[in-house]
Ligand binder design. Sequence first.
Ligand code: ADP
Length: 470
Amino acid sequence: MKILFASSEIFPFAKTGGLGDVGSALPKALNQENKIHALSMMPLYRSIDRQKYAIEPLNYHFTKTLCGIVHPFELYHSKHDENIVFVYNETLCDREAFYGDKSGDYADNALRFGLFCYAIAEYLSREKFDILHLNDWQSGLAANIVKKIYGIEIKTVFTIHNLAYQGIFTKQTMTDLELNWDDFTFLGYEFYDAVNFLKAGIAFSDAVTTVSPTYAREIATAEHGYLLDYFINSNQDKIYGILNGIDIDYFNPAHDSSLSKQYDVTSMDKKESNKKALLKSTGLKGEEKAIFSFVGRLVEQKGVDMLLRALVHLKDMNANFILLGSGEPWLEETLKSMACENIYVKIGYDEDFSKHLYAGSDFLMMPSVYEPCGLNQMIALKYGTLPIVRETGGLKDSVVDFHDYTKKGSRGPGVTYHDNSVFAFLIAISKALSIYSDKKLFHTLKEEAMKKDFSWKNSAREYIKLYRSC
Ligand code: ADP
């Protein structure tokens, strides 16, 4: 079975969050299964280091004319990963960032990612695949373009990684991208008289997945549906929740070369060396104190405003806090201003430092308002760091409160809480501190965390089952 997997992010070439991780790990896991070949397609953004990844042209060109303007495309491949095809088109790729900058999203994102979808269709009109797997709004239009505009017969699966990001543009987009006005309806592109790329992905695909079973249920509610809950409900028969995994070759403390000491479940004392190194690099004091960390995008979804309110109390606690992230400028500024003797803040995107946090911390805080899947908690568990999570989306499907933990269950041990409130979060932190003070319990829970299997294998097999049933 041949699968074309289209994603606007694939790690290590492009990543702003979980989409980049999934974009690399899921196709890799699919390719390890019998008689499956997944080829990925992504834009060759300007920021991708062509020399470092030995990216070269394939001598494969095509054009797409839209409203009289000819848009040329060129395909590339990388010796680093032969299962990826990069698409280069100047409008799509030649930018500082992937989607926008501090002043907002790029004004021509509809055209940019419309062109990405046309590139997918052009490629499929030349190469034969059995399944087209699309991811998030950036590739959503392809579900319609491929089948209805190009008349290509192929089964399509569309994955929603985060329903909050829908790619909504004015209806002029229908004309600019030469889309079928017949499909500008409640059942298709139309969303409050605008064009919704993510809705198109749902409407025109044969199957829709989202990244955890709980999130699949949550997006059908008004609370988490971002005005699409009615539409999700009317498409319920083709929506599935498949929990993401993590790439355990990459996120593995036993082989992670960015750590000061590698360790596994039989050498947990070396995790302590990583804690010491982390204290040294951040200038925080007190080896005996617990370290609580946060890694993530600084946006409302991640509960950062709540975390800020909690920090006012946490700074008086006998513990250290380390926060790494980038995102909304006001959250970055406010977080920076919270730095003090026991709070270290790093603003920015830093893959190595994030791994130092997973390895050197005792607890990872995830006070998310909602979380489609969340990978940080699985990475933390793999590194023997206990997650403190709100019971929502994929957090609920991957972490169980230590009181209810069983060796046989698939979820890893941590501290969980229900209410989205500072009070509930602070109680969870104090529960974590009581675990920390019970050395034996803490050690056992860390060992159990590391033993849990969050590899992609099981989820990749669920995707294959779905591809076959389409
Ligand atoms: P998202 O909602 O951002 O997709 P996920 O939990 O699915 O969240 O994935 C987050 C991924 O991005 C993890 O691999 C995490 O370590 C990484 N990440 C997020 N923010 C940063 C950062 N500032 N620096 C380094 N890695 C980060």
